[in-house]
Design a protein around this ligand. Structure first.
Ligand code: COS
Length: 383
């Protein structure tokens, strides 16, 4: 990997620490996690113990406030080793952002220190069975009754929803008003009328549980509301704008892992009396993978640096980072399977896992079609 001259000493230290943990402690377990769907408890605990869960959390609440670029560097390293663990690591960030942006002092004190230490994990719940890309079309409803909201409806595709100690759930308090009727609530497990669905059986990221949430006359205290009524959609959009580069970082990690596995195999595997790395057909594939992964990393780092510099309105750069890096990871992983040939198609090598794991990065936190909608809106204005 080329030298990233622009990193600060702190960012380098975060990357090196994450790399060491990822390569020595997380990577050896990745195939097992994929095979069994086992939740990566120990891996997450380790990330918490080493201070990597609090990179995005202000120091006043137990974090290190290291910033978005530092977090992206750590996310890439974790994803290089195990995309499942990386997904939960990213959701810790996604679920924590709304509390940082919109939480009251009491809410911040209640949750952020536990998220920073890894004692508690978080989740973020925007999508519904009938509302994914069109998030404002949500129907899960909260009706205020005195000092409580009564929730009815379902949410879907909630990463870590079965394990999180706190979930930011977006509901409508004024159906028909679309975005302007959306309100964010903090939900903890154990509330009466709140149940978690069975884990989805997915193509990849098997160790990262994805569930539906069901609410049947579930009563939530008003003090669990995050921000004002009707402000939830903006909280969700602002959160996604900050979080999408981190999905890009996860994708860079998967793409780099696919490239590394391909280079290693091409140097070992012989055909026609020479290593297949001697053939230009393979060399060009490796070079194209390296170009795209390198470019993706730089675009991810640029979007993260904009966030760290407090430059608002980085929706274009954020969506571009997520989109480019995830498309790159998918292509790199598919090419890695091709380079490894029949072996690549088996579980004897990790590249088929990279290919299955890469696919989700083109889908979650907004499909890449939605990223292009966001980018076009920035270019053209909203029609
Ligand atoms: N930051 C702050 N506010 C934002 C914003 C951002 N990045 N993007 C939009 N908003 C605000 C808008 O300014 C608007 O508020 P005003 O009416 O006061 O101006 C409000 O949010 C609604 O925005 P918009 O009218 O653009 O909403 P749409 O219903 O047209 O939806 C898209 C816009 C498609 C971009 C949105 O629904 C989206 O991101 N969908 C994908 C959802 C997603 O990523 N799901 C995955 C969930 S996590 S697995």
């Amino acid at each position: 990997m080329s030298q990233l001259y622009y990193l600060t000493d702190e960012q380098r230290a975060v990357r090196d620490l994450a790399r060491e943990i990822a390569r020595e402690r997380i990577a050896p377990l990745a195939a097992h996690v994929d095979e069994t769907g086992e939740y990566p408890h120990e891996q997450l605990k380790l990330l918490g113990q080493q201070g990597l869960m609090g990179l995005h959390i202000p120091e006043a609440y137990g974090g290190t406030a290291s910033g978005s670029l530092a977090f992206c560097l750590a996310a890439e390293e974790v994803a290089w080793a195990c995309a499942s663990t990386a997904t939960i690591f990213l959701v810790q960030n996604l679920g924590g952002y709304p509390i940082i942006f919109a939480g009251s002092e009491e809410q911040k004190r209640r949750y952020l220190p536990k998220l920073a230490s890894g004692e508690m994990t978080a989740a973020f719940s925007l999508s519904e069975p009938g509302a994914g890309s069109d998030a404002a079309a949500m129907t899960c409803r909260a009706v205020r009754k005195g000092d409580r909201y009564v929730l009815n409806g379902a949410k879907m595709w909630v990463t870590n929803g079965s394990h999180a100690g706190v979930i930011t759930v977006f509901v409508t308090t004024e159906p028909g008003k679309r975005a302007k009727g959306v309100t964010a609530l903090l939900i903890e497990p154990g509330l009466k009328g709140f149940t978690v669905g069975k884990p989805e059986r997915k193509l990849g990221i098997h160790g990262s549980p994805t569930v539906a949430l069901h609410f049947a006359d579930c009563e939530v205290p008003v003090e669990n509301r995050l921000g004002a009524e009707g402000e939830g959609f903006k909280v969700a959009m602002k959160t996604l704008e900050q979080s999408r580069p981190t999905i890009g970082a996860q994708a860079v990690g998967i793409g780099q892992a696919a490239l590394d596995a391909s280079v290693a195999y091409a140097k070992e595997r012989r055909a026609f009396d020479q290593p297949i790395a001697a053939f230009q057909g393979i060399q060009f594939m490796l070079a194209d993978m390296a170009i795209a992964v390198h470019a993706s990393r730089l675009v991810v780092h640029h979007a993260a640096a904009l966030i760290d510099h407090g430059i608002t309105g980085a929706a274009l750069e954020s969506s571009a980072a997520k989109c480019l890096a995830s498309d790159t990871a998918m292509k790199a992983a598919t090419d890695a399977v091709q380079i490894l040939g029949g072996y690549g198609y088996t579980r004897e090598f990790p590249v088929e896992r990279f290919m299955r794991d890469a696919k989700i990065t083109q889908i979650y936190e907004g499909t890449n079609q939605i990223q292009r909608v966001v980018i076009a809106q920035q270019l053209l204005g909203k029609s």
